[in-house]
Design a protein around this ligand. Structure first.
Ligand SMILES: [Zn+2]
Length: 328
């Protein structure tokens, strides 16, 4: 059963976590994840979260309590150390996410993104949040409590993540799991500069690209690997895109030997202005790990955002109230 519930919640983080926990199937690390780390490792990761935004841990506590899970077990479950898949071929996720940000001729900053993965990912919840502590936001959550895969906040700051097909370090040190980073950015940052500052200073657990944009037209992609983080800015004025590989010359070495054709083709299509509904380029995906599970498009200047709950070539976008504004 696909869980595509939508939530519109406000209040204390603990209570928000309780509500989400009560309405969601009991959390288990997805079967395609590698085994969780030991508790000491997970606690070190949690300490990094606490330094940045401690209320997020309260939400996880509320979530665990509502589901009758030990908080420590939940912590271990969310601190995913490796992107390697188990019990499934291929050994690594293919990755099919595609995002763009651009400043259009009318001066508006527009962004869009397709989230692609295997259809066996059940949880695809859209959460509109106005917490007591932190900025209001709207975004999509996957299997993991507390995380966001993309979203926008009340300041018009947009962020989307993309797994990168990269070699992982031999020794894995504590850091922030990928899914918590967009959430931390949405709740604690007001603009692209602050988001870049956060993402380039924290220790990362997983190789990912983060596309960021704000209404001032500041666009950035943070290319993050546990061993190095680099910033990519628009080559051509006013357009930036991200898919599932590193572009920065100092990052390319991490993906030696990987097949990057699909990811490169999608990046080229976005730079050429192809829409997210373009199936021929692979932007809009219909099979395996390249199935578009949802799509989002937003005008950060006009403060409008719309989601499609499937491949955008055949699924209509539906507008959702901007975060922080009274729900309509
Ligand atoms: Zn399509």
């Amino acid at each position: 059963m696909i869980d595509s519930q939508t939530f519109d919640l406000r209040g204390a983080h603990y209570a928000i976590g309780q509500t989400l926990g009560r309405h969601t199937a009991r959390f288990e690390p997805p079967h395609w994840w590698p085994p969780p780390p030991d508790l000491a490792f997970a606690r070190e990761c949690a300490a990094i979260v606490a330094e940045l935004h401690a209320p997020l841990l309260d939400e996880l506590r509320g979530y665990a309590d509502a589901q009758g899970l030990a908080f420590d077990e939940l912590l271990r479950g969310i601190c995913r150390r490796s992107m390697k898949l188990r019990r499934r071929a291929p050994a690594h996720p293919e990755g099919g996410c595609s995002s763009y940000a651009r400043i259009d001729t009318d001066g508006h900053v527009r962004v869009g993104r397709n989230y692609d993965f295997y259809p066996f990912q059940r949880v695809r919840q859209r959460i509109r949040l106005a917490p007591d502590l932190g900025r209001p936001s709207l975004g999509m959550r996957g299997s993991v409590p507390g995380g966001r895969y993309d979203g926008v906040n009340d300041a018009g700051l947009f962020i989307a993540l993309h797994v990168v097909l990269a070699n992982e370090p031999a020794q894995i040190r504590p850091g922030l799991p990928f899914h918590l980073l967009p959430r931390l950015v949405l709740e604690t940052c007001a603009n692209t500069r602050q988001a870049v500052d956060l993402l380039t200073h924290v220790p990362h657990l997983n190789p990912f690209n983060y596309l960021i944009a704000d209404p001032s037209g500041a666009l950035a992609v943070v290319e993050a690997h546990p061993e190095r983080v680099r910033l990519r800015e628009p080559e051509r004025k006013g357009v930036l895109a991200a898919t599932n590989h590193f572009e920065h010359p100092e990052m390319r070495g991490f993906q030696r030997g990987r097949k990057l054709e699909h990811s490169r083709r999608r990046l080229e299509a976005l730079h050429a202005g192809r829409p997210l509904s373009d199936c021929a380029s692979g932007l809009c995906g219909h099979s395996g790990g390249h199935t578009t599970l949802w799509s989002v498009q937003a005008d950060l200047t006009a403060r409008t955002i719309a989601y499609a709950a499937g491949p955008p070539c055949e699924t209509a976008y539906v507008g959702v109230p901007w975060p922080g504004a009274a729900a309509g």
